[in-house]
Design a protein. Structure first.
Lengths: 503, 151
């Protein structure tokens, strides 16, 4: 992970250096730059301009996702951890689903983790409204819902479930169904087309292909960051750089933020309390065309937080859909010949398991995470419900993709035969895209890494501003909560810097 | 690490056996024309960008399937020593194997096959995935925010 030191060192200076340009880093940059602070944003990945983003899935994964989407947890049943690795971070590959921080979570964080300074209700409301306005948050309209989401709505209505069209940061969505590859019309206001350029307009600087390896620490004080300049083609280190800064904000995401802190010698709670919303998807074949090619990539959801999960429509590009269709040879080819007849829905489970990020060979972070038996029970319950919904909506074939179940289910009665048997851990192909913890915030330095203003307990000129600071998972999509909490923390940091300058 | 020549041949024959190419296809069946997909090239691209663990998994999957005729009792030969029909039958067997690692590694290559196959524009068109767009059926696009339309 720590690249070979070659060539000349490139030196930079900034008042505040921000590591990462995802939901956390871009928001911090946008707020601090507006307050007149000299900000330098560092991004490990490239800046992908909309016109140049590859539309084929291999090109899209290779250019925008960490490890081309192959990053996983360690263990015998590895779970893919989907994270963006380009300007905008994971917001450049997600579906822009917007949920405010649930009130029960807010109360828990105030009561049990001392985060009152960050989560004062009127301040949060003010910030939510500003963000929702700037990111064009709106409810997905019927005209861009698309067949996949509409089919899920049909099932939800028939079964009396509390489904609804999603709120997304894509108010002018045209239904291109290409959120993963990058919205071709920039309707989804991911950070690369919203807060990053806004921060730049306020004077912030952006350097891409700069991987921060560790904090630069002198005489027990953080004085900046040290890292590698990455080759744009190979993404391997080709030179080194260092940035001297008065304050460092680490926003490298839940896996790589603790990686940087661990490589810098920080211990204690760093890397601990790693949590997620792992999920899995079900595909169904319908007699009428569904047409995932059109509509919001994700447009409809059935939130069932009280049961510990949330169901979502999730349109897939054909390259990924193909692998979810059963069979090989002629059988597979026949199913692939009717690609417009499939729907895919997924479940996101609010799991209670807590994993950990370790520092592996060469300092590369290793994620260890295993769902509990109760987590697996919830995942099974959610997926059985999804399959039932598929049949109620009229599916003629449902593909569970679960070991031990038939590859193809053709009726609800057939589902019932298998629904009650307990599924094993390795039977479900879980994927985690919502990650939390690993540098949690709290008032107790023994139980947390940063304080309630997201400033490090150990180094007072170091902040962590991303979902790493979340003490628990949420049960809803996290982007908006990251945006809002970081916004507030950046305002508090700007006040501190203003006071220190005045002094 | 670059793919070796035997690996490239294995990749091409394994991937082609998931979805055999054909000049004549039955109604509604998606089959690539012979030589239409360069599986080894697409494999190399993904392999280049994958994490070290994933790279290992991808290479292990190719070697495992390539040598599977030996440990599935088909004789002392690699997959290239089987006919295409035999290879497809073998892949079906490995996809439903009792050993989870065998199943998962086989599925990993099926994922790769799907990505390479549907990554070819003409094959994607034939899959009917984009039928609505291709047919020229006008799709109503929302070009204004709802709040703007309401004004």
């Amino acid at each position: 992970m720590i690249g070979p030191w070659r060539k000349k060192i490139q030196d930079e200076r900034a008042e505040v250096v921000i590591v990462g340009t995802g939901a956390g880093g871009a928001t911090a940059a946008r707020v601090l730059a507006e307050k007149g602070i000299d900000v330098l944003m560092l991004e490990e990945g490239p800046r992908l301009h909309t016109k140049n983003r590859p539309r084929d899935i291999i090109g899209a994964l290779s250019s925008a996702m960490r490890g081309a989407g192959t990053q996983t947890t360690a263990g015998l049943a590895p779970m893919p951890l989907m994270q963006g690795s380009c300007v905008g971070g994971s917001t450049a590959i997600n579906s822009g689903i917007i949920w405010r921080l649930p009130e029960d979570v807010r109360e828990d964080w105030i009561k049990n983790h001392g985060l009152a300074p960050l989560l004062e209700r009127s301040e949060m409301d003010r910030i939510y409204e500003t963000i929702e306005d700037e990111l064009e948050v709106e409810t997905t309209g019927d005209d861009v819902l698309g067949g996949n989401a509409a089919m899920m709505r049909r099932a939800s209505d028939l079964m009396g479930l509390p489904g609804k069209s999603m709120e997304r940061n894509a108010g002018r969505c045209e239904g291109s169904s290409q959120c993963l590859q990058g919205c071709p019309n920039e309707r989804r206001r991911s950070m690369d087309v919203s807060f990053v350029p806004t921060a730049q307009r306020f004077g912030a600087r952006l350097q891409t292909l700069r991987r921060v390896d560790r904090l630069w620490i002198e005489r027990g004080k953080v004085v900046g960051v040290l890292g590698s300049v990455m080759d744009p083609e190979t993404r391997k280190p080709e030179a080194r750089f260092r940035v001297r800064a008065e304050h460092v904000v680490v926003s490298a995401g839940v896996v790589h933020t603790p990686g940087i802190l661990l490589r810098s010698g920080m211990r204690g709670m760093v890397g601990r309390r790693f949590q997620a919303h792992p999920g899995a998807a079900i595909v169904g074949q319908f007699p009428e065309p569904v047409r995932m090619t059109f509509g919001a990539t994700q447009g409809y959801e059935v939130p069932l937080r009280h049961l510990g999960y949330k169901l979502e429509s999730l349109s897939l590009p054909p390259e990924l859909l193909a692998a979810r269709l059963p069979g090989v040879g002629k059988e597979w080819q026949k199913r692939m010949g009717m690609m417009d007849h499939y729907a895919q829905w997924c479940a996101q489970v609010r799991m209670q398991a807590k994993g950990r990020i370790y520092s592996g060979p060469g300092g590369a972070p290793i994620a260890v995470y295993e769902p509990t038996s109760d987590d697996l029970r919830k995942a099974q319950e959610a997926m059985v419900l999804l399959m039932r919904m598929m049949f109620r909506a009229g599916a003629t074939e449902v593909y569970p993709g679960i070991t031990g179940l038939p590859e193809v289910l053709t009726s609800e009665a057939m589902l019932d035969e298998h629904a009650h048997r307990k599924w094993k851990r390795g039977a479900i192909h879980l994927v985690a895209s919502h990650l939390f913890g690993t540098a949690v915030a709290g008032h107790d330095p023994k139980q947390s890494v940063v304080d309630p203003t997201l400033t490090s307990h150990k180094y007072r000129n170091l902040s962590v501003m991303d979902a790493s600071v979340f003490p628990t998972n949420l049960g809803v999509n996290p982007q908006h909560s990251i945006n809002a909490i970081v916004w507030r923390a950046a305002e508090l940091l700007a006040d501190v810097r203003k006071r220190s300058k005045a002094a | 690490m670059k793919l070796t020549s035997p690996e490239k041949k294995w990749i091409q024959s394994i991937f082609e056996s998931f979805a055999p190419p054909s000049t004549i296809t039955e109604e509604g069946e998606l089959a690539p024309a012979p030589g239409e997909v360069d599986y080894a090239d697409d494999f190399a691209v993904l392999n280049r960008h994958a994490t070290p663990v994933a790279k290992l998994g991808l290479r292990a999957a190719v070697v495992m399937i390539a040598t599977s005729p030996v440990w599935t009792g088909r004789g002392l030969k690699s997959v290239n020593g089987l006919s295409r029909e035999e290879r497809t039958e073998l892949l079906g067997e490995l996809s439903a194997h009792s050993n989870a690692a065998v199943r998962e590694l086989t599925w990993l290559l099926k994922v790769q096959t799907g990505m390479a196959l549907l990554g070819v524009d003409d094959i994607r068109r034939r899959s009917r995935y984009d039928k609505e767009r291709d047919s020229g059926t006008p799709i109503k696009l929302r070009i204004k925010k709802k709040s703007e339309s309401a004004k």
